[in-house]
Design a protein around this ligand. Structure first.
Ligand SMILES: [Zn+2]
Length: 394
Protein backbone atom coordinates (compact mmCIF):
# COMPACT_ATOMS: atom_id res chain seq x y z
CA UNK A 1 0.00 0.00 0.00
CA UNK A 2 2.79 2.34 0.86
CA UNK A 3 3.76 3.06 -2.73
CA UNK A 4 0.49 4.70 -3.61
CA UNK A 5 -0.18 7.09 -0.79
CA UNK A 6 -2.46 9.23 -2.92
CA UNK A 7 -4.93 11.67 -1.46
CA UNK A 8 -8.67 10.81 -1.79
CA UNK A 9 -9.66 14.42 -1.24
CA UNK A 10 -7.94 15.41 -4.50
CA UNK A 11 -10.71 13.60 -6.43
CA UNK A 12 -13.49 16.08 -7.24
CA UNK A 13 -16.13 13.73 -8.67
CA UNK A 14 -17.89 11.42 -6.20
CA UNK A 15 -17.45 8.39 -8.47
CA UNK A 16 -13.67 8.97 -8.77
CA UNK A 17 -13.41 9.37 -5.00
CA UNK A 18 -15.29 6.10 -4.49
CA UNK A 19 -12.99 4.40 -6.97
CA UNK A 20 -9.97 5.66 -5.03
CA UNK A 21 -11.38 4.51 -1.68
CA UNK A 22 -12.31 1.06 -2.97
CA UNK A 23 -8.98 0.59 -4.72
CA UNK A 24 -7.07 1.63 -1.62
CA UNK A 25 -9.09 -0.74 0.58
CA UNK A 26 -8.44 -3.72 -1.68
CA UNK A 27 -4.76 -2.86 -2.18
CA UNK A 28 -4.38 -2.84 1.61
CA UNK A 29 -6.04 -6.25 1.83
CA UNK A 30 -9.07 -4.83 3.71
CA UNK A 31 -11.71 -6.40 1.46
CA UNK A 32 -11.96 -9.19 -1.11
CA UNK A 33 -15.56 -9.05 -2.25
CA UNK A 34 -18.31 -6.60 -3.16
CA UNK A 35 -20.11 -7.38 0.10
CA UNK A 36 -17.02 -6.60 2.20
CA UNK A 37 -16.44 -3.35 0.31
CA UNK A 38 -20.04 -2.26 0.90
CA UNK A 39 -19.80 -2.97 4.63
CA UNK A 40 -16.40 -1.28 5.12
CA UNK A 41 -17.13 1.86 3.12
CA UNK A 42 -20.92 1.99 3.65
CA UNK A 43 -21.61 2.06 -0.07
CA UNK A 44 -24.87 0.99 -1.70
CA UNK A 45 -24.59 -2.27 -3.64
CA UNK A 46 -25.31 -0.52 -6.98
CA UNK A 47 -22.53 1.99 -6.27
CA UNK A 48 -20.12 -0.79 -5.28
CA UNK A 49 -20.92 -2.72 -8.44
CA UNK A 50 -20.36 0.21 -10.75
CA UNK A 51 -17.10 1.17 -9.00
CA UNK A 52 -15.77 -2.40 -9.11
CA UNK A 53 -16.76 -2.76 -12.77
CA UNK A 54 -14.85 0.43 -13.59
CA UNK A 55 -11.75 -0.65 -11.65
CA UNK A 56 -11.76 -4.06 -13.34
CA UNK A 57 -12.14 -2.32 -16.74
CA UNK A 58 -9.11 -0.16 -16.07
CA UNK A 59 -7.10 -3.19 -15.05
CA UNK A 60 -6.59 -1.96 -11.48
CA UNK A 61 -8.55 -4.87 -10.00
CA UNK A 62 -8.55 -8.51 -10.95
CA UNK A 63 -11.56 -10.68 -10.34
CA UNK A 64 -11.07 -14.39 -9.94
CA UNK A 65 -14.01 -16.71 -9.77
CA UNK A 66 -13.52 -19.71 -7.52
CA UNK A 67 -15.70 -22.76 -6.98
CA UNK A 68 -19.12 -22.32 -5.44
CA UNK A 69 -19.14 -23.26 -1.74
CA UNK A 70 -22.30 -25.39 -2.10
CA UNK A 71 -24.79 -24.12 -4.56
CA UNK A 72 -25.62 -20.80 -6.06
CA UNK A 73 -23.18 -18.48 -7.76
CA UNK A 74 -19.44 -19.10 -7.26
CA UNK A 75 -17.77 -16.52 -4.99
CA UNK A 76 -15.78 -13.86 -6.83
CA UNK A 77 -12.55 -12.71 -5.20
CA UNK A 78 -11.25 -9.21 -5.89
CA UNK A 79 -7.52 -8.56 -5.88
CA UNK A 80 -5.46 -5.48 -6.63
CA UNK A 81 -3.49 -5.93 -9.83
CA UNK A 82 -0.13 -4.79 -8.46
CA UNK A 83 1.49 -5.25 -11.88
CA UNK A 84 -0.92 -2.84 -13.58
CA UNK A 85 1.74 -0.13 -13.25
CA UNK A 86 5.49 -0.22 -12.99
CA UNK A 87 8.15 2.42 -12.52
CA UNK A 88 11.83 2.29 -13.36
CA UNK A 89 14.39 3.41 -10.82
CA UNK A 90 17.97 4.15 -11.81
CA UNK A 91 20.36 4.45 -8.89
CA UNK A 92 24.03 4.41 -7.99
CA UNK A 93 25.41 1.17 -6.55
CA UNK A 94 29.13 1.46 -5.79
CA UNK A 95 30.91 1.87 -9.17
CA UNK A 96 27.81 0.94 -11.15
CA UNK A 97 24.55 2.44 -12.23
CA UNK A 98 21.78 -0.01 -11.49
CA UNK A 99 18.18 -0.11 -12.59
CA UNK A 100 15.11 -1.72 -11.06
CA UNK A 101 11.60 -2.05 -12.42
CA UNK A 102 9.15 -2.03 -9.48
CA UNK A 103 5.43 -2.80 -9.29
CA UNK A 104 2.76 -1.11 -7.16
CA UNK A 105 3.76 -3.09 -4.09
CA UNK A 106 7.42 -2.13 -4.46
CA UNK A 107 8.37 -5.63 -5.62
CA UNK A 108 11.31 -5.68 -8.00
CA UNK A 109 10.22 -7.14 -11.33
CA UNK A 110 13.54 -6.78 -13.17
CA UNK A 111 17.04 -5.53 -12.42
CA UNK A 112 19.89 -4.35 -14.64
CA UNK A 113 23.35 -3.02 -13.79
CA UNK A 114 26.28 -1.53 -15.71
CA UNK A 115 29.70 -0.82 -14.19
CA UNK A 116 31.15 2.58 -15.02
CA UNK A 117 34.84 3.32 -15.32
CA UNK A 118 36.08 5.81 -12.66
CA UNK A 119 37.37 8.03 -15.50
CA UNK A 120 34.01 8.14 -17.29
CA UNK A 121 32.91 11.58 -18.42
CA UNK A 122 29.44 13.10 -18.58
CA UNK A 123 28.56 11.64 -22.00
CA UNK A 124 29.70 8.14 -21.08
CA UNK A 125 27.53 8.15 -17.95
CA UNK A 126 24.58 9.53 -19.94
CA UNK A 127 24.94 6.61 -22.39
CA UNK A 128 24.79 4.12 -19.51
CA UNK A 129 21.62 5.76 -18.15
CA UNK A 130 19.97 5.57 -21.55
CA UNK A 131 20.95 1.90 -21.91
CA UNK A 132 19.52 0.95 -18.51
CA UNK A 133 16.30 2.93 -19.08
CA UNK A 134 15.79 1.06 -22.38
CA UNK A 135 16.55 -2.36 -20.86
CA UNK A 136 14.03 -1.83 -18.06
CA UNK A 137 11.31 -0.84 -20.54
CA UNK A 138 11.99 -4.06 -22.50
CA UNK A 139 11.59 -6.04 -19.27
CA UNK A 140 8.00 -4.81 -18.72
CA UNK A 141 5.59 -7.73 -18.34
CA UNK A 142 2.47 -7.78 -20.58
CA UNK A 143 -0.36 -5.61 -19.22
CA UNK A 144 1.92 -3.30 -17.25
CA UNK A 145 1.89 0.44 -18.05
CA UNK A 146 5.02 2.44 -17.43
CA UNK A 147 4.71 5.25 -14.88
CA UNK A 148 8.09 6.79 -15.73
CA UNK A 149 11.68 6.70 -14.53
CA UNK A 150 12.92 7.88 -11.16
CA UNK A 151 16.64 8.64 -10.97
CA UNK A 152 18.00 8.47 -7.43
CA UNK A 153 21.40 10.07 -7.09
CA UNK A 154 24.15 10.79 -4.60
CA UNK A 155 26.41 13.82 -4.84
CA UNK A 156 25.33 17.31 -5.76
CA UNK A 157 22.02 17.59 -7.61
CA UNK A 158 19.98 20.49 -8.97
CA UNK A 159 16.48 19.07 -8.41
CA UNK A 160 14.38 21.69 -10.26
CA UNK A 161 16.63 21.56 -13.34
CA UNK A 162 17.01 17.78 -13.21
CA UNK A 163 20.79 17.97 -13.34
CA UNK A 164 23.43 15.84 -11.67
CA UNK A 165 26.11 18.38 -10.90
CA UNK A 166 28.87 16.24 -9.39
CA UNK A 167 29.57 12.87 -7.78
CA UNK A 168 32.64 11.74 -5.84
CA UNK A 169 32.61 8.34 -7.66
CA UNK A 170 33.03 9.94 -11.10
CA UNK A 171 35.04 13.14 -10.76
CA UNK A 172 35.05 13.83 -14.54
CA UNK A 173 31.26 14.09 -14.67
CA UNK A 174 29.77 17.58 -14.47
CA UNK A 175 26.22 18.84 -15.01
CA UNK A 176 24.61 15.73 -16.50
CA UNK A 177 21.15 16.77 -17.74
CA UNK A 178 19.40 13.62 -16.50
CA UNK A 179 15.86 14.75 -17.32
CA UNK A 180 16.74 15.63 -20.94
CA UNK A 181 18.61 12.34 -21.46
CA UNK A 182 15.94 9.97 -20.08
CA UNK A 183 12.65 11.74 -20.90
CA UNK A 184 12.58 10.86 -24.64
CA UNK A 185 13.01 7.13 -23.89
CA UNK A 186 11.26 6.40 -20.62
CA UNK A 187 9.69 9.58 -19.24
CA UNK A 188 8.25 11.18 -17.24
CA UNK A 189 11.43 11.60 -15.21
CA UNK A 190 11.60 12.23 -11.50
CA UNK A 191 14.96 13.02 -9.93
CA UNK A 192 15.64 12.67 -6.26
CA UNK A 193 18.48 12.54 -3.77
CA UNK A 194 19.09 8.94 -2.72
CA UNK A 195 19.00 9.75 1.00
CA UNK A 196 15.64 11.53 0.60
CA UNK A 197 14.21 8.46 -1.15
CA UNK A 198 15.50 6.16 1.57
CA UNK A 199 14.18 8.33 4.38
CA UNK A 200 10.77 8.65 2.69
CA UNK A 201 10.39 4.85 2.38
CA UNK A 202 11.54 4.21 5.95
CA UNK A 203 9.06 6.75 7.32
CA UNK A 204 6.15 5.22 5.37
CA UNK A 205 7.02 1.75 6.64
CA UNK A 206 7.51 2.79 10.26
CA UNK A 207 5.50 6.00 10.78
CA UNK A 208 5.74 5.87 14.60
CA UNK A 209 9.54 5.58 14.59
CA UNK A 210 9.82 8.54 12.21
CA UNK A 211 7.25 10.91 13.74
CA UNK A 212 8.54 14.43 14.22
CA UNK A 213 11.75 15.33 12.43
CA UNK A 214 14.60 13.08 11.40
CA UNK A 215 18.10 13.88 10.24
CA UNK A 216 19.63 11.01 8.27
CA UNK A 217 23.40 11.12 7.92
CA UNK A 218 25.16 8.77 5.54
CA UNK A 219 28.79 8.08 6.44
CA UNK A 220 30.12 6.16 3.49
CA UNK A 221 32.03 6.68 0.24
CA UNK A 222 30.77 10.23 0.49
CA UNK A 223 29.11 12.01 3.41
CA UNK A 224 25.59 13.35 2.92
CA UNK A 225 22.48 14.24 4.84
CA UNK A 226 18.72 14.24 4.46
CA UNK A 227 16.12 15.90 6.66
CA UNK A 228 12.43 14.96 6.81
CA UNK A 229 9.45 16.09 8.87
CA UNK A 230 6.74 13.40 9.31
CA UNK A 231 8.44 11.44 6.54
CA UNK A 232 8.37 14.28 4.01
CA UNK A 233 11.92 15.14 2.90
CA UNK A 234 12.84 18.78 2.87
CA UNK A 235 12.96 19.59 -0.84
CA UNK A 236 14.46 23.00 -1.40
CA UNK A 237 14.59 24.95 -4.65
CA UNK A 238 18.18 23.90 -5.36
CA UNK A 239 20.69 21.60 -3.69
CA UNK A 240 20.71 20.49 -0.08
CA UNK A 241 22.55 18.62 2.64
CA UNK A 242 26.16 18.67 1.43
CA UNK A 243 27.59 18.36 4.93
CA UNK A 244 30.49 16.35 3.44
CA UNK A 245 31.71 19.51 1.75
CA UNK A 246 31.66 21.70 4.84
CA UNK A 247 35.05 23.38 5.08
CA UNK A 248 37.11 22.29 8.07
CA UNK A 249 40.10 24.47 8.92
CA UNK A 250 42.13 21.64 10.50
CA UNK A 251 42.03 19.72 7.19
CA UNK A 252 43.95 22.48 5.47
CA UNK A 253 44.95 21.90 1.88
CA UNK A 254 43.65 18.39 1.16
CA UNK A 255 41.97 18.35 -2.24
CA UNK A 256 38.36 17.32 -2.64
CA UNK A 257 36.51 16.15 -5.78
CA UNK A 258 34.19 19.17 -5.55
CA UNK A 259 37.06 21.47 -6.55
CA UNK A 260 37.78 22.84 -3.07
CA UNK A 261 40.23 21.95 -0.34
CA UNK A 262 39.74 20.99 3.29
CA UNK A 263 36.21 19.57 2.95
CA UNK A 264 34.95 17.26 5.72
CA UNK A 265 35.07 14.37 3.21
CA UNK A 266 38.83 14.80 2.77
CA UNK A 267 39.26 13.67 6.39
CA UNK A 268 36.21 11.51 7.09
CA UNK A 269 34.74 9.93 3.93
CA UNK A 270 35.48 6.39 2.83
CA UNK A 271 37.17 7.61 -0.36
CA UNK A 272 39.78 9.48 1.69
CA UNK A 273 40.14 6.87 4.47
CA UNK A 274 40.36 3.76 2.30
CA UNK A 275 44.13 3.97 1.59
CA UNK A 276 44.90 4.10 5.33
CA UNK A 277 42.45 1.28 6.04
CA UNK A 278 43.91 -0.87 3.27
CA UNK A 279 47.40 -0.40 4.72
CA UNK A 280 46.12 -2.56 7.61
CA UNK A 281 43.65 -4.75 5.70
CA UNK A 282 44.45 -4.93 1.96
CA UNK A 283 41.34 -7.07 1.30
CA UNK A 284 38.85 -4.28 2.04
CA UNK A 285 36.18 -3.75 -0.62
CA UNK A 286 34.98 -0.47 -2.03
CA UNK A 287 31.35 -1.53 -2.16
CA UNK A 288 29.64 -0.21 0.98
CA UNK A 289 27.49 -3.27 1.71
CA UNK A 290 30.46 -5.66 1.43
CA UNK A 291 32.68 -3.31 3.37
CA UNK A 292 30.14 -3.09 6.20
CA UNK A 293 30.43 -6.86 6.68
CA UNK A 294 34.23 -6.68 6.50
CA UNK A 295 34.57 -3.81 8.95
CA UNK A 296 32.15 -5.20 11.53
CA UNK A 297 34.75 -7.28 13.37
CA UNK A 298 37.93 -5.19 12.99
CA UNK A 299 39.61 -2.93 15.47
CA UNK A 300 38.77 0.43 13.91
CA UNK A 301 38.61 2.64 17.02
CA UNK A 302 42.33 2.41 17.63
CA UNK A 303 43.31 3.71 14.19
CA UNK A 304 44.27 7.38 14.55
CA UNK A 305 42.78 8.25 11.12
CA UNK A 306 39.42 6.75 12.09
CA UNK A 307 39.44 8.42 15.49
CA UNK A 308 40.11 11.79 13.83
CA UNK A 309 37.34 11.14 11.28
CA UNK A 310 34.82 10.27 14.00
CA UNK A 311 35.67 13.46 15.90
CA UNK A 312 35.32 15.66 12.82
CA UNK A 313 32.04 14.08 11.82
CA UNK A 314 30.53 14.25 15.33
CA UNK A 315 31.47 17.93 15.46
CA UNK A 316 29.88 18.67 12.08
CA UNK A 317 26.75 16.70 12.93
CA UNK A 318 26.38 18.53 16.25
CA UNK A 319 26.51 21.80 14.32
CA UNK A 320 23.90 20.56 11.85
CA UNK A 321 21.66 19.82 14.86
CA UNK A 322 21.86 23.50 15.73
CA UNK A 323 20.28 24.30 12.39
CA UNK A 324 17.60 21.59 12.22
CA UNK A 325 16.96 20.60 15.88
CA UNK A 326 15.84 17.11 14.80
CA UNK A 327 13.82 14.78 17.03
CA UNK A 328 16.21 12.00 16.06
CA UNK A 329 19.42 11.32 14.19
CA UNK A 330 19.78 8.18 12.08
CA UNK A 331 23.27 7.31 10.82
CA UNK A 332 23.88 4.83 7.99
CA UNK A 333 26.95 3.55 6.16
CA UNK A 334 29.66 0.89 6.57
CA UNK A 335 31.39 2.49 9.57
CA UNK A 336 28.26 2.21 11.73
CA UNK A 337 28.35 -1.58 11.30
CA UNK A 338 31.39 -1.68 13.63
CA UNK A 339 30.03 -1.81 17.21
CA UNK A 340 33.16 -0.30 18.80
CA UNK A 341 33.30 2.61 16.38
CA UNK A 342 29.57 3.19 16.65
CA UNK A 343 29.78 3.36 20.47
CA UNK A 344 32.68 5.80 20.17
CA UNK A 345 30.86 7.97 17.63
CA UNK A 346 27.70 8.09 19.71
CA UNK A 347 29.72 9.07 22.80
CA UNK A 348 31.47 11.83 20.84
CA UNK A 349 28.13 13.14 19.63
CA UNK A 350 26.65 13.14 23.13
CA UNK A 351 29.75 14.92 24.41
CA UNK A 352 29.14 17.65 21.80
CA UNK A 353 25.72 18.07 23.42
CA UNK A 354 22.94 20.48 22.50
CA UNK A 355 22.18 23.93 23.89
CA UNK A 356 20.94 24.51 27.45
CA UNK A 357 17.26 23.60 27.68
CA UNK A 358 17.24 21.60 24.43
CA UNK A 359 17.06 17.83 24.69
CA UNK A 360 19.63 15.73 22.89
CA UNK A 361 18.06 14.06 19.83
CA UNK A 362 17.58 10.32 19.90
CA UNK A 363 20.54 8.68 18.08
CA UNK A 364 20.56 5.36 16.27
CA UNK A 365 22.32 3.58 13.43
CA UNK A 366 20.46 2.12 10.45
CA UNK A 367 21.66 -0.23 7.76
CA UNK A 368 21.66 1.63 4.43
CA UNK A 369 19.00 -0.07 2.35
CA UNK A 370 18.98 -0.21 -1.43
CA UNK A 371 15.44 -1.57 -1.35
CA UNK A 372 14.22 1.43 0.68
CA UNK A 373 15.95 3.77 -1.73
CA UNK A 374 14.32 2.10 -4.75
CA UNK A 375 10.83 2.07 -3.23
CA UNK A 376 11.08 5.63 -1.95
CA UNK A 377 12.25 6.86 -5.36
CA UNK A 378 9.47 5.06 -7.26
CA UNK A 379 6.65 6.10 -4.91
CA UNK A 380 5.82 9.58 -6.30
CA UNK A 381 5.69 8.34 -9.93
CA UNK A 382 3.49 5.36 -9.04
CA UNK A 383 1.17 7.48 -6.92
CA UNK A 384 0.71 9.97 -9.77
CA UNK A 385 0.13 7.28 -12.39
CA UNK A 386 -2.38 5.49 -10.14
CA UNK A 387 -4.28 8.73 -9.59
CA UNK A 388 -4.40 9.32 -13.34
CA UNK A 389 -5.80 5.80 -13.91
CA UNK A 390 -8.41 6.31 -11.20
CA UNK A 391 -9.57 9.54 -12.86
CA UNK A 392 -9.71 8.05 -16.31
CA UNK A 393 -13.27 7.85 -17.60
CA UNK A 394 -14.40 4.42 -18.69
ZN1 LIG B 1 34.38 19.06 -1.28
Amino acid sequence: MFLTAFDDSSFQAAHDRDCARVYRLILAGGAHSRGEIGRHLRLRSTTTSSVVADLVDRGLLLETVGQAARRGRPAATLLANVRRLGASVIHVASRSLSGALVDLWGNIVAERSITIDPDADTDAIADVMVAIAGQLLEAMPPGMSHAGTAVSLSGLIDLPRGQWLLASRWPRMRGLDVAAVIAPIAGPVEICRNLDAELRARAVREPESFAGSTLLLHWGWGIGMSYAVEGRPFAPAGSFGEIGHWRVSSLGGQRCGCGNTGCLETGAALWSLLPALRAHWPDLAEDEARLARQLAGRDLVNLPEIDAAARLLAHALANACRIFFPTRIAVSGPFTANPGLWARFEALLRAEGMMDGVAMPEIFSVRASERHEIQGAAAPLLARATEALLRQRG
